[in-house]
Design a protein around this ligand. Structure first.
Ligand code: PGA
Length: 253
């Protein structure tokens, strides 16, 4: 089965409860059943998940809900943490793990792998992020870095359950710089080849590989047309109804 194009909006630490609900409502108002041909996911902050979940539910919207992080632990005495069960209870289907902004705050590959496992145990699909920094890119070591990071972040992850990988070069996130579709496609192929070794060829072909980093309505088509890329993870351009809707429409065209 061919993989549907993925469009995942990562709202990061933006939106209040109130503005998140109106952003979600604005997107839903412009959505149509044709969006079911794609996998469209919005990832608001924890505090807005319930509000956005209500909007999606009420309108039977063709969008799924995701969170931006979760705890690796089972429910218990972990002040301030959010468990996988808390997310599934709000109808989250996805959770982003190992975003570079979290890795920059100290998350290691083994933390990321533990979070991805916790997500899978609860029935969530982890969107596992990877990506190299500018120095690694300039040294021509992107592929080996990313492949090592993916392998380490997948340690203990159940390959038979769903998971998604997002390649986001750090130097392209929020900077307006984008990897060329050729570069993104080349890295995606290296990831697919690594998955081949880990999971076998058939399963490797089923894993959605996303590109992220300054994706906008004007460039999304180039990435989605590039071989080995199945979708996009969008930050800044996911915060405006019109640009997010345009990205989804382009992904469907
Ligand atoms: P950006 O962020 O689209 O604003 O570059 C992407 C991301 O960090 O997921």
């Amino acid at each position: 089965m061919p993989i549907k194009p993925y469009v995942v909006g990562n709202w990061k630490m933006n939106t209040t409860y109130t503005s998140a609900v109106s952003l979600a409502q604005g997107i839903v108002n412009q959505s149509s059943t044709s969006w079911e041909e794609a996998e469209v996911v919005v990832c608001p902050p924890f505090t807005a998940l319930k509000g956005v979940s209500n909007v999606l539910h009420f309108d039977r919207a063709p969008l799924k809900l995701g969170a931006q992080n979760l705890s690796a632990f089972e429910p218990g005495a972990y002040t301030g943490e959010i468990s996988a069960e808390m997310l599934t209870d709000l109808d989250c289907a996805y959770v982003i793990v190992g975003h570079s902004e979290r890795r920059a705050m100290g998350e290691t590959n083994s933390d990321v792998a533990a979070k991805a496992q916790a997500a899978q145990r609860a029935g969530l699909t982890p969107i596992i992020c990877c990506g190299e920094d500018l120095a690694t890119y300039e040294a021509g070591q992107s592929e080996s870095f990313v492949v090592d990071q993916v392998k380490a972040s997948l340690e203990g992850v159940d390959h038979t359950l769903p998971f998604v990988i997002a390649y986001e070069p750090i130097w392209a996130i929020g900077t307006g710089e984008v990897a060329t579709p050729d570069t993104a496609s080349r890295i995606a192929l290296s990831i697919r080849t690594a998955l081949n070794d880990l999971t076998g060829a058939q399963r490797a072909e089923e894993v959605p590989l996303l590109y992220g980093g300054s994706v906008k309505a004007g460039n999304v088509g180039l990435f989605l047309d590039a071989p080995h890329i199945n979708g996009v993870l969008v930050g800044g351009a996911a915060l405006e109804v019109s640009s997010f809707v345009e990205i989804v429409q382009t992904a469907l065209s």
